[in-house]
Design a protein around this ligand. Structure first.
Ligand code: URP
Ligand code: ZN
Ligand code: ZN
Length: 469
């Protein structure tokens, strides 16, 4: 199968130029001006952008959490991703306490079998090094292409680990070339504040935010940075929301430490005003770390401009408002934590980042595709438009007008965090390894086309086609 994309404006993290792209056997084989080649499919991209397929380094599909299971499984979540121009993501395997890592991997791979619409890799969320997984087994995961270990410093009594587990995992990572990821909030302190709020009869969704203050995020972020430095392990702080967490990351990076930070789309747009909405509507905005006051929006835009933060993910962890979030109708601490986002990351960051002049188009591509690919061992197969890279490509119409609404989204959830927002610019054609996934409003390819990608170790490149179905 060959594809010729004609006359598009190719935008990578580094370049911006008009050219044709020729694809053979799933790979970009030629880029040049006015290519005179025959192809099985020709796409006219004049007036359009040609972007690399986006990479989302932080998603939760088919994940048991908060007494229920996320509403998006691999098929619906990845379909939503494809319509948003995301062609590869890295999802979290959560080690069930008492299980070995091998058991956890088998469980998560079986959730994806036959359902994959886009390519995917996995992080391993370590929850238990006592009864289940061992340090030796943890050390073997990079051989299987699982080259990042995630630790939750919050969710006490569920996913939270103690500092010993955190530090031991960091020591393993420094030996194996894995990247350590942390959900950085002080879970012990939050647990005290939650109990105090409930004892005082404060049960509304807003108390989710009020019991998880920015200081709890700042403290845990700094703790993780110091421990990772001590263990000589590279660190990636997920879903950074506020100045209290940006500052220690920026300081560590200024010192040349191996520390990176990510924020998520929703933290630029949602705030305490949303979680305070009446009639339980605030529950739609219950995710962790929580929404912050609006002054943090500019902190985050500055951070992604200055590279204090280097990636924007979605942390897609979708629940129904009606039927799942309502588990916490009378107690905010029982509202499943998480929100949807896979479909609208590009729409929102293009509109309010690039079009609004806050970041360049190159920086947008870097934050949504290239840096996630580089940090998580997918580059240069993913995250750029180049000869030899996978032909994961987005033909993006910068003039297409769209109103974001749950009514026509592909996620199975019943709300959208950006409901009613008007944007200009949307993917028109999305290709995965040269196969057309999305054309206009149609999903063209069938589930099963996506593959598992064995990722390279931190700092190493992924070149040969090592995808395993
Ligand atoms: O509220 C969130 N973010 N849910 C997903 C799990 C996590 O903490 O990333
Ligand atoms: Zn988290
Ligand atoms: Zn998450």
């Amino acid at each position: 199968m060959s594809v010729l994309i004609k006359g598009g404006r190719i935008i990578t993290a580094a370049d911006d130029y008009v050219a044709d792209v020729y694809v053979e056997d799933e790979t970009v084989t030629l880029i040049g001006e006015s290519l005179d080649m025959s192809a099985d499919k020709v796409i006219d991209a004049s007036g359009k952008y040609v972007l690399p397929g986006l990479v989302d380094p932080h998603t939760h599909l088919d994940m048991p959490f908060g007494g229920t299971v996320t509403i998006d499984d691999v098929e619906s979540g990845q379909t939503a991703a494809a319509f948003g121009g995301t062609t590869c993501h890295v999802d979290f395997i959560i080690q069930p306490p008492g299980s070995s890592f091998a058991e956890a991997i088998a469980e998560w791979r079986s959730k994806a079998n036959g359902k994959q619409v886009i390519d995917m890799g996995y992080h391993m969320a370590v929850t238990d090094l006592e009864q289940g997984g061992t340090l030796e087994e943890l050390a073997s995961l990079p051989d299987e292409g699982i080259t990042s270990y995630k630790l939750f410093m919050a969710y006490k009594g569920a996913l939270m680990v103690d500092d010993e587990t955190l530090f031991r995992t960091m020591e393993v990572a420094s030996e194996t070339g894995a990247l350590v990821m942390v959900h950085a909030e002080n879970g012990d302190v939050i647990d005290v504040l939650v109990r105090q709020a409930l004892e005082a009869g404060n049960t509304d969704p807003i108390y989710h935010a009020l019991t998880r203050p920015p200081e709890a995020e700042g403290e845990a972020t700094n703790r993780a940075i110091q421990l990772a430095h001590l263990a000589n392990a590279p660190l990636y702080v997920v879903h950074v929301t506020c100045r209290e967490a940006v500052q220690p990351i920026a300081l560590a990076r200024d010192k040349g430490w191996d520390v990176w930070g990510e924020t998520c789309t929703q933290y630029f747009f949602n705030s305490l005003d949303d979680i305070a909405k009446p009639d339980f509507e605030g529950a739609k905005y219950v995710y962790s770390p929580p929404v912050r006051d609006k002054s943090n929006w500019e902190v985050l835009w500055n951070a992604v401009r200055s590279d204090a933060l280097s990636a924007i993910s979605t942390d897609h962890c979708a629940f129904l408002w009606d039927g799942q979030k309502t588990l916490g109708k009378d107690d905010f601490s029982k509202i499943p934590n998480g929100g949807p986002g896979l479909e609208n990351r590009l729409h929102m960051i293009h509109e309010f980042g690039a079009r609004a002049g806050r970041i360049s188009l190159n920086r947008m591509v870097e934050l949504l595709a290239t840096n996630p690919a580089k940090l998580f061992g997918l580059y240069p197969r993913k995250g750029t438009v180049a000869v030899g890279s996978d032909a994961d490509l987005v033909v993006f119409d910068p003039e297409k007008k769209l109103t974001i609404t749950a009514a026509n989204q592909h996620s199975k959830t019943d709300y959208n965090l950006y409901e009613g927002t008007d944007v200009t610019g949307s993917p028109e054609v999305v290709l995965l390894r040269g196969n057309v996934l999305v054309e206009g409003d149609q999903l063209v390819a069938s589930p099963g086309i996506g593959q598992y990608v064995a990722r390279a170790r931190f700092g190493q490149e992924l070149r040969a086609s090592s995808a395993v179905a």
